[in-house]
Design a protein around this ligand. Structure first.
Ligand code: FES
Ligand SMILES: [Fe+2]
Length: 431
């Protein structure tokens, strides 16, 4: 009998260790139907007002895929930002992004196309295109005309994410996402991801960081507690501070780094940063950046208050909003640090794909998993609001809301004269 107990206890222990250290969240939710309010007599999608919107596709770097989603020799079609991208990883492990439509007769090269060495071959007549967009070979033609080329998009692969540079005026990038050293050097482990589809304007999502008042209203009630026992616990969010052109990122995580030839260096100078970026081939970039104009910093402190008396689970969160569609959150807990990366990609004018990935030192895996579960649930509370709101161009604000205006001013730098409006972007979606 004793043997049985030992066996069961050992199995449970093994299961717990597995769950704690090796289980990785993959929390994928299409929340476009969330609330189902129209079924209850509320507003359905046809009745939802959009408001007077800013342009729908801002200029900046947007994540199209996670590195693990595309293997060597694979091509994937991603439709976002009003464009169709063919993302492919070459035999030499370089990710390139071409316009998906072949200039020959318009086949979608990401649907059935093949990666041949460093080129992408169209499935229709086997024309083959290089990373710079030029046609490399046409199997049945004597000569390859110089005009045979497709658009090559600037891309970079950083922090296990594949970004594309989108700019309505076709301007060159003057910044790009930087490697988080703890992730780049492999010291921190990937602990899980989530992915949501949300119907709102892209600007609404990051506005959360500057909107302090929503923290206690939306994120105050404790998770898993119903209204009648909500007095048991609540989340407290304090010391919230949003600032444009500012970085709160802890330098600790960048400290013990082995710099090699390909490692990029980030130096912080009074809130500005200088990036020295190593050059690569294809569309990779060489940039020296002096001002962190494209960044905004957010700081806040979280704790869980039990019975209005005891304070537990203190977390200091330092967030860096990097351009219009990418965020790095450094979370310092009493047990150690962890980091969440957030990407926001407009798939359609009012449809956003948002992902989060969490990384932490391996020994912190169980706690990182717990924090990430909390993040997933808290984020879904925001989504429930975003999925039904309209964009309020002239909001009625009180003095305490003033950072929202500062945020909107800061975000407006990502729009330019030809940024697609809701009307022009919707007209382009014909099929
Ligand atoms: S359509 Fe691509 S090769 Fe003909
Ligand atoms: Fe929020």
């Amino acid at each position: 009998m004793f043997g049985w107990y030992v066996g069961i206890a050992a199995t449970l222990l093994a299961f717990f260790i597995y769950m704690a250290y090796f289980f990785k969240f993959n929390w994928v939710r299409d929340m476009r139907d969330e609330g189902k309010s129209h079924r209850n007599g509320g507003l359905g999608p046809k009745n939802r007002k959009v408001g007077k919107l800013p342009p729908v596709y801002p200029n900046g770097w947007f994540a199209l895929l996670e590195s693990s989603q595309i293997k060597r020799g694979q091509v994937k079609h991603v439709s976002a930002l009003g464009e169709n991208f063919a993302v492919f990883r070459t035999e030499k492990d370089v990710v390139n992004i071409l316009d998906a439509y072949c200039p020959h007769l318009g086949a979608n090269m990401a649907e059935g196309g093949r990666v041949r060495g460093e080129c992408l071959e169209c499935p229709f007549h086997s024309w083959s295109f290089r990373a710079d967009g030029y046609c490399d070979s046409i199997p049945y033609a004597e000569k390859v005309p110089h005009i045979a080329r497709t658009r090559a998009w600037k891309s970079c692969e950083v922090n296990h994410l594949i970004f594309v540079w989108y700019h309505a005026e076709s301007a060159e990038p003057d910044w790009r996402p930087q490697p988080q050293m703890c992730i780049a050097n492999g010291k921190w482990r990937f602990q899980g991801r989530n992915e949501f589809l949300i119907t709102c304007h892209v600007q609404d999502i990051a506005e959360n960081g500057a909107d302090y008042a929503h923290l206690s209203a939306v994120h105050g009630p404790a998770m898993f507690l119903t209204d009648n026992i909500s007095w048991l616990a609540r989340h407290s969010w304090t010391n919230a501070l949003w600032r444009p052109q500012c970085s709160y990122k802890s330098s600790e995580t960048d400290a013990d780094v082995d710099m090699d030839a390909d490692t990029e260096v980030q130096i912080k100078l009074n809130g500005s940063s200088i990036h020295a970026i190593s050059s690569g081939d294809g569309n990779h970039l060489e940039i020296t950046e002096k001002r962190a104009k494209h960044k905004a910093g957010i700081q806040l402190h979280h704790s869980l208050i039990l019975f209005e008396r005891f304070t537990v689970l203190g977390l200091n969160v330092s967030v860096e909003q990097i351009g219009p569609g990418y965020v790095e959150m450094m979370i310092n807990t009493s047990f150690g640090p962890m980091c969440i990366l957030q990407t926001v990609t407009p798939l359609e004018p009012l449809l956003q794909r948002v992902t989060h990935q969490i990384f932490s030192p391996p020994w912190l895996a169980p706690y990182a998993t717990m924090v990430f579960l909390g993040e997933c649930l808290m984020f879904e509370r925001d989504i429930a609001i975003w999925n039904h709101k309209k964009y309020e161009r002239q909001p009625t604000l009180v003095r305490e809301d003033r950072t929202i205006l500062a945020y909107r001013r800061w975000y407006s730098q990502f729009y330019s004269a030809n940024s697609p409006t809701y009307q022009t972007a919707t007209n382009n979606l014909q099929w």
